[in-house]
Design a protein around this ligand. Structure first.
Ligand SMILES: [Zn+2]
Ligand SMILES: [Zn+2]
Length: 149
């Protein structure tokens, strides 16, 4: 039980950290031509950028399959990654970008800060000088809620 939770956590947190690094140095680097389809917000259901989700999802499925006999660490890490992928889809694609209009945006708290941070990432939609590359890792300045009257 502890063992499985440990590796689910490693898969989940590993995706956030490696995802932020890959986003900053590769997606806003050599893979900009693919990733920019997310920043340009063309119409249509799919973006070329969705290839990254397929790529990470493929690795997660592969880990689950190869770790299936004996439910070893690869199996649980794959599930942690999958859980991250599902959370990312719900928060980033549905809540923040509203690819399907299901949720109303929260007005305060951590989720609102997450949305502000990701909006700042999209603020100028350029390859260079973007901020806030993670999703759950919200830079401190976005956590301070704006005072409302
Ligand atoms: Zn980006
Ligand atoms: Zn986005």
């Amino acid at each position: 039980m502890v063992y499985s939770l440990l590796f689910i956590g490693i898969g989940f947190i590993g995706m956030e950290i490696s995802g932020a690094v890959i986003h900053k140095y590769l997606m806003h680097g050599v893979f900009w031509n693919i990733h920019k389809t997310h920043h340009m917000r063309q119409t249509g259901i799919f973006e070329k950028n969705d290839l990254f989700s397929l790529f990470f999802g493929g690795i997660a499925i592969l880990l689950i399959v190869v770790g299936m006999d004996g439910y070893d660490f690869r199996f649980w890490t794959g599930w942690g990654m999958s859980l991250y992928g599902i959370s990312y889809f719900l928060l980033h694609d549905l809540l923040i970008h509203r690819r399907m209009k299901l949720f109303k945006g929260p007005q305060s708290g951590y989720l609102a800060a997450m949305i502000r941070a990701h909006r700042a990432h999209h603020a100028h939609n350029q390859k260079h000088n973007a901020v806030s590359f993670g999703l759950f890792i919200v830079p401190f300045r976005f956590l301070k809620a704006k005072k409302r009257r």
